[in-house]
Design a protein around this ligand. Structure first.
Ligand SMILES: [Zn+2]
Length: 217
């Protein structure tokens, strides 16, 4: 890992996962539910360029359009609990067949989507193994930013959340509190406003109904 990668790790798992997953994708993609945030090619390239100059490369062989392939598969993992979402999308590996890796020994077809995806990426490189005998823990030490991001995603899997504000421009986030529904204060303010408007509307129509009923009687 180079200095920029180390800088990325210093920002923390939550920050970096959101930062990566919310990079805009160029144009429209399938599956549709992973499309946002997106932008035109120039916007997407600019955001990608900024990310790279700040945090370095994902890995030695990840160049050009491969960035977007990783980005799509990363977003997909936010839905890992909904494995039956759509049989057509059950295997992110079908979107990016080259992620399977040639040296794998495990049969990834028997795993759930998220496990197969993470296994295929981590299997590509030789990760350093570090044993902490007293605690019985075996730690994997990443050599590339992509490995670190995948390990971060696994660690944060239960906290991966999509912002409840439907028009959020950076909807993928990692919640820090179990009850978090919004990615930031702006989105939560907007959510509260919409809730208030709905409540007022419902009350107004209920009030009008009561009024009509009273007139009838
Ligand atoms: Zn949001």
């Amino acid at each position: 890992m180079n200095g920029k990668n180390v800088e990325a790790m210093g920002r923390g798992r939550e920050y970096m996962l959101a930062r990566f997953a919310n990079l805009p994708l160029p144009g429209s993609i399938t599956p549709k539910f992973l499309e946002q945030p997106s932008g035109d090619l120039a916007t997407a390239e600019k955001a990608l360029c900024e990310f790279r100059s700040e945090f370095g490369e994902l890995g030695p062989e990840i160049t050009g359009d491969k960035w977007y392939v990783y980005l799509i598969t990363f977003r997909y993992q936010w839905y890992w609990r909904q494995a039956n979402r759509n049989p057509e999308h059950r295997r992110p590996l079908s979107i990016s067949i080259h992620l399977r890796g040639k040296k794998r020994r495990l049969s990834i077809n028997e795993m759930d989507d998220a496990s197969a995806w993470a296994t295929s990426i981590l299997n590509r490189n030789n990760l350093d193994v570090e044993v902490d005998f007293p605690s019985g823990r075996i730690n994997l030490r990443p050599n590339t930013l992509i490995d670190w991001l995948v390990l971060s995603l696994i660690e944060c899997r239960r906290k991966l959340t999509i912002c409840a504000n439907g028009s959020c421009r950076k909807p993928y986030f990692v919640k820090t509190h179990p009850r978090d529904r919004y990615c930031c204060k702006d989105c939560s303010d907007m959510g509260r406003q919409v809730g208030q408007q709905r409540w007022e509307q419902a009350n107004r129509s209920a009030g009008a109904k009561r009024c009509r009923n009273r007139k009838k009687s």
